[in-house]
Design a protein around this ligand. Structure first.
Ligand SMILES: Nc1ncnc2c1ncn2[C@@H]1O[C@H](COP(=O)(O)OP(=O)(O)OP(=O)(O)O)[C@@H](O)[C@H]1O
Length: 578
């Protein structure tokens, strides 16, 4: 909304405006009516925010958090809110924003950071990763755990202690187990019950006490999810018994692995460990409101893990189907929401105005949409950029040189710059960055700082930089089943400058541009875009007259970055259907 359009006496917005005026652009003054409606959505709902890259989905979701925290009647405190994103870098970004708005104390985490800690890094075939992400894995784990418990609950007839055999009376032990269960005895009470029962019928109490403790460990073992999962995946027999007719032999083979292989787990195992802990009664911390960003990519098992952290089903779910990639790439929201069950009503909204990506860059990225996501409408960009995208056809041998030179130039001008690079070219770029002794890093902390960040296409999701250098777009497309979407995401990270560096045949047609010297910043043009077809000269004259009057009003009253927003607002005002 333009200044003054929002609820004028909202103390939270006023407070946010002050905080941000100190920190950067006055975004509160430019919150649009559609964003504002979402920010103020009642907490008793599942709010789904869909929208193209840079339409303010993340910002809007976070402002919803700030708004919820500012409602005294809700009594919501910051530690009761969780924001989950795709990466550690993303979590740092959301934390930075909410902290700056005076909302410190909210929990921010990557999806991985939320799950049990385990030694990961095990390479896994894509079909195994996909299988492990399916919701039916929860059933398999549940059945496996039942069998695991049945096995443990079998009372042995004897137990060996320091080379001596102690004979047990199964009926007595069964009685102890029944009493312990009925009285919900604590672990130490259960031990006491067992010791008392065994000691009463023996001559060597010390031996029997030791036997009782060993038996207690066996009957009521402390559940350890990594051990449970390792045993399950290491046994075809256990897997088959737990499959419950829901998995084919081929799938059981895909899950089976030789015990003892290092590292023991892959990324897709983490949600399974979380599910196993839940099934065994170990519950994670829960939150009264949960924001899930970039939700379009999450597996059903990851979504279940997130859902478990919501105490009441109050959620904000954020994403863009046109950017959905990876093993769980999807085309609609139903599959996501099915795994985030909530009694609360769904409010589904789309944001349509692109704030991050300037028109010149978005026009290039939008060319991918018919292939990447044919049903998706591109957002309307509200900004002109400082320069057209720079297209640099290169041979493989000078590729890294061109990329690093462009990055160095942007960094020298104080811009944050991302080099978005497919795995195949990463080594050569890293080597040159090191050789040139440039300051660079692999994951951004504050991505607004003027350092160079080297990222894979997947890692760039949700992040934003002043400049982006996208290396070998053809490789990005070829290396992923949803490569066009991945490239679309990569091309839409920049607020100002975009470079495409790669093989000539993989670059858009057009005049190649020397990229060693980035274009000089130009102030955005106040003129509206030219009409597509030639118009009647009289109509054209009228248009020019109106444009002239508007240009004068804009020049006299607003700073340049607010002109597109004011024009949007004007269109909203005169078009009641928008
Ligand atoms: N109303 C607004 N006025 C001015 N800037 C805005 C507005 N809404 C969002 N922005 C800015 O637009 C940029 C992109 O916003 P954000 O990161 O929330 O987009 P997104 O939709 O989550 O993007 P992505 O799909 O790439 O994750 C941010 O710099 C944000 O501050």
């Amino acid at each position: 909304m333009t200044a003054g359009e929002g609820p004028p006496d909202d103390p939270l917005l006023a407070e946010m405006a002050t905080a941000v005026a100190e920190a950067g652009p006055d975004f509160v003054a430019t919150i649009r009516a559609d964003q504002d409606e979402l920010i103020r959505t009642a907490p008793e709902s599942v709010l789904i925010i869909q929208g193209g890259p840079g339409t303010g989905k993340t910002d809007t979701a976070l402002r919803r958090v700030a708004w919820l925290l500012g409602q005294p009647d809700l009594g919501l405190s910051a530690p009761e809110v969780l924001v989950v994103g795709p990466s550690y870098a993303f979590a740092q970004r959301t934390r930075g924003l909410l902290d700056a708005w005076g909302c410190a104390g909210v929990a921010h985490s990557s999806i991985e950071g939320l799950l049990p800690k385990a030694s990961t890094g095990r390479p896994e075939a894509p079909h195994v990763t996909r299988l492990k992400g399916e919701a039916r894995m929860a059933g398999l784990l549940g059945r496996a755990l039942d069998k695991h418990r049945e096995q443990r609950a079998k009372v042995p007839a004897l137990i060996a202690v320091r080379g001596q055999v102690v004979t047990l009376d199964p009926a007595t032990i069964q009685r102890v187990m029944t009493t312990a269960k009925a009285s919900e005895a604590t672990p130490s009470d259960r031990r006491r019950l067992l010791r008392a029962a065994l000691v009463s019928g023996t001559q060597d109490p010390r031996l029997i006490l030791e036997a009782a403790d060993m038996l207690a460990d066996r009957l009521w073992p402390e559940f350890d999810a990594p051990t449970f999962l390792t045993e399950l995946f290491g046994s075809r027999a256990l897997l088959t018994a737990a499959a419950g007719g829901e998995f084919t032999d081929r799938e059981i083979n895909a899950l089976y692995r030789l015990d003892g292989e290092e590292p023991p787990f892959g990324e897709a195992d983490l949600p399974l460990l979380d599910e196993a802990e839940h099934l065994s009664g170990q519950e994670p911390q829960t939150y009264a409101h949960v924001v899930v960003d970039e939700a379009q990519d999450l597996s059903p098992m990851q979504l279940r893990a997130i859902s478990r952290r919501s105490s009441n089903g109050s959620l904000t779910v954020v994403g863009d189907m046109a950017q959905s990639t990876g093993p769980w790439a999807r085309d609609d929201w139903h599959d996501v929401l099915a795994h985030l069950p909530s009694e609360m009503p769904h409010v589904h909204r789309e944001l349509r105005f692109g704030y991050r990506v300037p028109r010149q860059i978005f026009e290039l990225a939008a060319e991918l949409l018919p292939t990447a996501a044919p049903s998706v409408q591109p957002p309307t960009t509200v900004r002109e950029g400082p320069a057209d995208p720079m297209i640099a056809p290169v041979d493989p041998e000078n590729r890294a040189g061109v990329v690093v030179a462009a990055a160095a130039d942007h960094a020298a001008d104080g811009r944050s710059v991302a080099i978005i690079c497919p795995a195949r070219c990463r080594e050569e770029v890293e080597a040159l960055l090191r050789a040139e002794e440039l300051p660079w890093r692999t994951a951004p902390g504050d991505e607004r700082s003027p350092a160079i960040t080297l990222l894979g296409p997947h890692e760039a999701k949700g992040l934003e930089f002043d400049a982006a250098i996208v290396v070998e777009p053809g490789f990005i497309v070829d290396d992923d089943p949803r490569g066009h979407r991945l490239l679309y995401t990569a091309l839409t990270r920049a607020t100002g400058h975009l470079h495409l560096v790669g093989a000539p045949e993989d670059l858009p047609a057009g005049e190649p541009v020397a990229i060693a010297a980035p274009a000089v910043e130009e102030p955005p043009s106040p003129e509206p875009p030219a009409p597509p077809a030639p118009l009647d000269p009289q109509v054209q004259e009228q248009i020019d007259m109106v444009a002239h009057a508007l240009a004068e009003t804009l020049l006299a009253n607003l700073t340049p970055e607010l002109w597109p927003v004011a024009l949007d607002r004007l269109i909203d005002m005169i078009n009641p259907d928008s």
